[in-house]
Design a protein around this ligand. Structure first.
Ligand code: NAP
Length: 241
């Protein structure tokens, strides 16, 4: 029987990360479900998929190293990292406080770098592994009143391309998914009117569901995507073409 592959999904307790953990498990992965606050939800998902819940703030490199060491001690390797954990801050650019801006960049950008840095030695040793970063279409085209968030996601796209070039010769693929509007807690501040407008701005005339992104992760994680690296896969119903 083929050995199970090991995946780490950051921010796996809710929304896109939770659905991604579930679909990866259905595809035969053992999934480490990282979370920060939502321990009950992470444990519930792990009971359902037989995964392991791991609490760590991705913004804190030492916590990330401890998390990765736990996975290595238990399974000996990591085949897939999904850098999904992120936060958003909305408001006029000039009204976002320094502490809000720092925290957003620490989680969205540094968190992605931290987790990649911590897993890469184990991937490089085996000359195989995949990193999938979750960016945003706003990182491609920019969003008013989400300037810091858009900037952080543009950084994730730049990071994907640069790292793909650096670690490709070591047999590691780094790709990025750029979601459109996906119905999760991250959008719960939007009114029905705003959601209606966003829906009909997309050629496919619907908002995304977490499984739309999780399916794209499963594709990029699969052997079917073995010749793809450094790419930004838009999953946005045609919102950005
Ligand atoms: P969500 O429902 O708000 O969930 C965010 C997840 O990230 C939660 O599991 C949360 O864990 C975790 N998290 C936040 N800060 C963390 C930290 N410092 N350390 C570890 N985990 C942390 O968000 P989502 O909509 O599923 O978004 C997932 C990804 O898709 C994000 O990268 C987001 O930017 C991107 N995205 C979303 C949309 C959208 O429309 N929803 C569009 C484009 C891109 P706890 O609850 O345990 O704290």
């Amino acid at each position: 029987m083929e050995e199970s592959k090991i995946a780490l999904v950051t921010g796996g307790s809710r929304g896109i990360g939770a659905k991604t953990a579930e679909l990866l498990a259905q595809n035969g992965y053992i999934v480490a479900v990282n979370y920060l606050n939502s321990s009950r939800m992470a444990c519930k998902i792990c009971n359902h998929i037989e995964g392991i819940p791991l609490c760590a703030d991705v913004a804190d490199y030492s916590q990330v190293v401890d998390m990765v060491n736990t996975i290595i001690q238990r399974f000996g390797r990591i085949d897939l990292l999904v850098n999904n954990a992120a936060i958003s801050v909305t408001g006029l650019f000039t009204e976002i406080s320094e502490s809000e801006a720092d925290r957003l960049f620490d989680v969205n950008v540094k968190g992605t770098l931290n987790c990649s840095k911590a897993v890469l030695p184990y991937m490089i040793r085996r000359k195989s592994g995949k990193i999938i970063n979750i960016a945003s279409m706003w990182g491609e085209v920019g969003a008013s009143c989400e300037v810091h968030y858009s900037t952080s996601k543009a950084a994730v796209i730049g990071f994907t391309k640069a790292l793909a070039k650096e670690v490709g010769p070591s047999g590691i693929q780094v790709n990025c998914i750029s979601p459109g509007v996906i119905m999760t807690d991250m959008n719960k501040h939007l009114s029905d009117d705003e959601l209606y407008e966003l829906k009909y701005e997309s050629p496919l005339e619907r908002l995304g569901a977490p499984e739309d992104i999780a399916n794209a992760v499963c594709f990029l994680a699969s052997d079917k995507a073995n010749f793809i690296t450094g790419q930004v896969l838009g999953v946005n119903g045609g919102f950005v073409i």
